[in-house]
Design a protein around this ligand. Structure first.
Ligand code: ARG
Length: 461
C-alpha cells in the first residue's frame, strides 16, 4: 500500500529515508495508548454525528483486533509505515476497508502523538510512585529494627557525632517521599487531554474534547492547542523527577558500597545480590549499587538531551520532537528496575550493628558533648571548645577514645569537670542528648519513624 500521506508525491521516498525518518522501532511501545486514544476518538465522532454508530463500532472492533495481533506477535511492523500511528491506521484500513479511512477525521498525528506519549508518561508516573512506596516500606522495616543501633554520623566523610541507623535510613525515606510528591504533582499538572487539537489550530469539525478526556480518564482538556501540540513539559518533568530519584538512589548506593567494604563492614550484601570476580576467587563485589550509581548518569543525559532538543524549536510541532521518546522510555525503564533491585538489595542485606558501634568508638564522637557540658557549667563556648581540644589530644596520646578517657585525666585538663561527665561522654547518651525535633535521639527518631509509617498507611487507604 502507498503511504497514507502520499497524495501529493509523484516519486516514492528512498529506503534510506524510511530508515532515518521512522520512529516505529521505538514508538511501537505506545500501541496500547494509540489504540485507546483512537477508540475514544471514534466514539466521540459517532456521538457528534460525524461517523455513524455502525462505523464507530466497526472501527473499534478493528482496533481491538489489531491490539490482539500486536500482543500475539502477529502484527507486521513495517518501517515504511513510519510510526505506530500510521502502522495501526494502515492495518485498520486493510481490515475494515473504507470506514477505516474516516478515523483520522478531526485529528492529526500531532495531537495523536501528544496524547499517546502523555498517557504513557502519566501511567509511568503511577508505576514509579508505587515502586517507591514499596522501597520505602522496606526501608521503614529496617529502621524499625535499628532505632538504638549506633553508628558514626559523618560530615566530610569524617566521623562527626553518634547517630542511630534508623535515623540514617529515615533521611533516605525523606528523600523518597519528596520524590513521590514530585511525580504526583507532575501527574496532576499534566493530566489534561490534547486530543482534538489536530495539527495546531483546532478543527472545524464539531468535536467534543471533554467527552474524549473523560473517556480517557483525564481531569480535563488542555487550553491552547498551539501550545498543546508543541508541549513536551510533561516528558521533561518525568525526566527531571527520575534524574532526582536516581540521584537519591545513587547516594544510598554509594553508602552501600562504602559500608560493604572491609574498612567499614557496616553491612553485608546478600549473595543473591552480589557478584564474584572472574580472577580473584575471594571477591564479592557490590555490582548492584555500583550499577545503580552508574545508571544515574544516563538519567541525567536523557534530561539534558530533551531540553536541548526542545530549545529553540519554533511553534508548533517539528520533527525534532520525535527524539523525545527513547530517552523517556530509557529513563522510565531504568527507574523501575533500579527501584526494584534496590529494594531487594536492602531487604536481603545484613546490618552489622557491632561493626557500627566499634567504628563509633573511633574519632571522639562525643567531643561536642564535652564542650556543651562545660558551657552548662558557665564556661564560655570558645574556651570550652579549646579545653575539649586538649582532652581530645590527651585521648589520642593515651590511644583511647574520648568516651573512654578516665575522669582523672579529664580533671587534669580542667578541674571544673566532675564525675557526671562520664555519662555525658558515653556514645549512647551523646546520641540521646539530641532529642530536638528531627534530631537523632531515640525518642525523636521513633517519632519520625511513626510519621513516615502513618504517612504511608494513609496513602494506602
Ligand atoms: N512519529 C512522530 C513523532 O513521534 C509522530 C508525529 C508526526 N507528525 C508529523 N506532523 N510528522 O513525533
Amino acid at each position: 500500500m502507498a503511504k497514507l500521506w502520499s497524495g501529493r508525491f509523484s516519486k516514492e521516498g528512498s529506503k534510506l529515508l524510511d530508515l532515518f525518518n521512522a520512529s516505529l522501532p521505538f514508538d511501537r511501545k505506545l500501541y496500547k495508548e494509540d489504540i485507546k486514544g483512537s477508540v475514544a476518538h471514534a466514539k466521540m465522532l459517532a456521538k457528534q454525528g460525524i461517523l455513524s454508530d455502525d462505523e464507530a463500532k466497526s472501527i473499534q472492533e478493528g482496533l481491538e483486533k489489531i491490539e490482539k495481533e500486536i500482543e500475539e506477535g502477529k502484527f507486521i511492523f513495517d518501517i515504511g509505515d513510519e510510526d505506530i500511528h500510521m502502522a495501526i491506521e494502515k492495518r485498520l484500513i486493510e481490515l475494515i476497508g473504507d470506514t477505516g479511512k474516516k478515523l483520522h477525521t478531526a485529528r492529526s498525528r500531532n495531537d495523536q502523538v501528544a496524547l499517546d506519549f502523555r498517557l504513557y508518561v502519566l501511567r509511568s508516573d503511577k508505576e514509579i510512585v508505587s515502586k517507591i512506596e514499596e522501597l520505602i516500606k522496606v526501608i521503614l522495616d529496617i529502621a524499625k529494627e535499628h532505632t538504638s543501633t549506633i553508628l558514626p554520623g559523618m560530615t566530610h566523610l569524617q566521623h562527626a557525632q553518634p547517630i542511630n541507623f534508623a535515623y540514617h535510613m529515615l533521611a533516605y525515606t525523606s528523600m523518597f517521599k519528596r520524590d513521590i510528591e514530585r511525580f504526583e504533582s507532575s501527574y496532576e499538572r499534566n493530566n489534561y487531554s490534547p486530543l482534538g487539537c489536530a495539527a495546531l489550530a483546532g478543527t472545524p469539525h464539531p468535536v467534543d474534547r471533554e467527552f474524549v478526556a473523560k473517556e480517557l480518564g483525564f481531569e480535563g482538556v488542555s487550553v491552547n492547542c498551539l501550545d498543546t501540540v508543541s508541549d513536551r513539559d510533561f516528558a521533561l518533568e518525568i525526566l527531571f523527577n527520575i534524574a532526582t530519584l536516581m540521584m537519591h538512589i545513587s547516594r544510598l548506593s554509594e553508602e552501600l558500597i562504602l559500608w560493604s567494604s572491609y574498612e567499614f563492614g557496616f553491612v553485608t550484601l546478600s549473595d543473591e545480590y552480589s557478584t564474584g570476580s572472574s580472577i580473584m576467587p575471594q571477591k564479592k563485589n557490590p555490582d548492584v549499587p555500583e550499577l545503580l550509581r552508574g545508571k544515574t548518569g544516563r538519567s541525567y543525559g536523557n534530561l539534558i538531551s530533551l531540553l536541548t532538543v526542545l530549545k529553540g524549536l519554533p511553534l508548533a510541532y517539528n520533527k525534532d520532537m520525535q527524539e523525545d521518546k527513547e530517552g523517556v522510555f530509557d529513563s522510565v525503564e531504568t527507574a523501575l528496575i533500579s527501584l526494584e533491585i534496590l529494594k531487594e538489595t536492602l531487604r536481603t542485606m545484613r546490618v552489622n550493628s557491632d561493626k557500627m558501634l566499634k567504628a563509633s568508638k573511633i574519632g571522639h564522637l562525643s567531643a561536642t558533648d564535652l564542650a556543651d557540658y562545660l558551657v552548662e557549667r558557665g564556661v564560655p563556648f570558645r574556651e570550652a571548645h579549646f579545653i575539649t581540644g586538649k582532652a581530645v589530644a590527651k585521648a589520642e596520646e593515651e590511644g583511647v577514645d574520648l568516651s573512654e578517657l578516665s575522669l582523672e585525666k579529664l580533671k587534669e585538663i580542667d578541674d571544673r569537670i566532675d564525675e557526671d561527665v562520664l555519662s555525658v561522654l558515653s556514645l549512647r547518651n551523646s546520641m540521646n542528648a539530641r532529642e530536638s525535633e528531627g534530631g537523632t535521639g531515640e525518642e525523636s527518631t521513633k517519632k519520625q519513624l511513626e510519621f513516615f509509617v502513618n504517612w504511608l498507611k494513609k496513602r494506602g487507604e
